[in-house]
Ligand binder design. Structure first.
Ligand SMILES: NC(=O)c1ccc[n+]([C@@H]2O[C@H](COP(=O)([O-])OP(=O)(O)OC[C@H]3O[C@@H](n4cnc5c(N)ncnc54)[C@H](O)[C@@H]3O)[C@@H](O)[C@H]2O)c1
Length: 251
């Protein structure tokens, strides 16, 4: 089958127990994909899979051996190599840079960068070994594009800058194997991770002046963009960073 007609069928979603990852799992499953949700959070995974055909695997993506085992388990659960990955697991911590120590910096990078890399590498290894084409989507952030005075988080913005660079490098490196690699770059999305609404007045001001569409995004809006980049509708797109931010980065 030509690469441009291949439709991925077996999807792994890290961070599948909450927010954007959970929305990806549900929409993909509704569309008939075989979906495995991966997360550290057992309750979140139970919520994602309740009343659906979604499989689950509990795993910490910073643990390399656990990721290797989890990807193999996921392939067994769906009866063949996982052929697509949405790497949505991530953490967000606000901390002024002068108060941030090296361990705090490293721990966040371990999840957002190393963990995302390990999941992608392991999926790619299986695809290369089985000579199956595939598609990978990372979650970047508009924090990789600009600084933020209200929510200082240098470790988070640095991690998402690294995700952007990783997307471009892996897109080039894995293109000969017909593995496409793209990223979605969300703005302010209403999920448990969002901190903007901790201060409702500041949130209202920001949405009025900083977001042309003047509202928060929804998890399902980001999920649909992820699934566009996963599926054959985007067959000639690789190495792209797709903003899903209501226009925030161009305002
Ligand atoms: N919500 C936003 O406004 C926003 C904006 C820009 C980017 N993003 C990015 O989108 C992605 C999804 O965010 P969300 O809003 O759905 O957040 P969320 O907090 O709702 O979900 C993140 C999930 O990742 C899981 N996770 C965290 N560490 C993990 C680990 N070590 N191993 C496995 N799973 C782990 C959590 O348990 C959680 O279920 C993240 O990468 C985030 O940085 C979100």
């Amino acid at each position: 089958m030509a690469a441009d007609t291949v439709e991925p069928r077996r999807l792994l979603v890290t961070g599948g127990g909450s927010g954007i990852g959970q929305a990806v799992c549900r929409i993909a499953s509704d569309r008939g994909m075989q979906v495995v949700a991966l997360d550290t959070d057992a309750d979140g995974l139970a919520e994602t899979s309740a009343g659906t055909r979604i499989s689950t695997v509990q795993c910490d993506i910073t643990n390399e051996d656990a990721v290797i085992t989890a990807v193999a388990q996921a392939s067994e659960m769906v009866g063949g190599p996982i052929d697509s990955l949405v790497a949505a697991a991530g953490v967000y911590r606000i901390k002024p840079a002068v108060e941030l120590d090296g361990m705090g910096f490293l721990l966040l990078m371990a999840v957002n960068v190393t963990g995302a890399f390990l999941a992608a590498r392991e999926v790619a290894r299986h695809l290369v070994d089985s000579e199956v084409p595939g598609s990978i989507v990372f979650l970047a952030s508009m924090a990789s594009e600009s600084g933020d005075t209200h929510e200082p988080a240098v470790h988070y913005s640095a991690s998402k800058g690294a995700v952007v660079s990783m997307t471009r490098q892996l897109a080039v490196e894995w293109a000969p194997h017909e593995i496409r690699v793209n990223a979605v770059s969300p703005g302010v999305i209403s999920t448990p991770m969002l901190r903007l609404t901790d201060d409702p007045e500041a949130a209202a001001r920001y949405l009025q002046h900083g977001v042309p569409l003047r509202r928060l995004g929804r998890a399902d809006e980001v999920a649909r963009a992820c699934l566009f980049l996963i599926g054959s509708e985007s067959s000639y797109i690789t190495g792209a960073i797709l903003p899903v931010d209501g226009g925030a980065t161009i305002a």
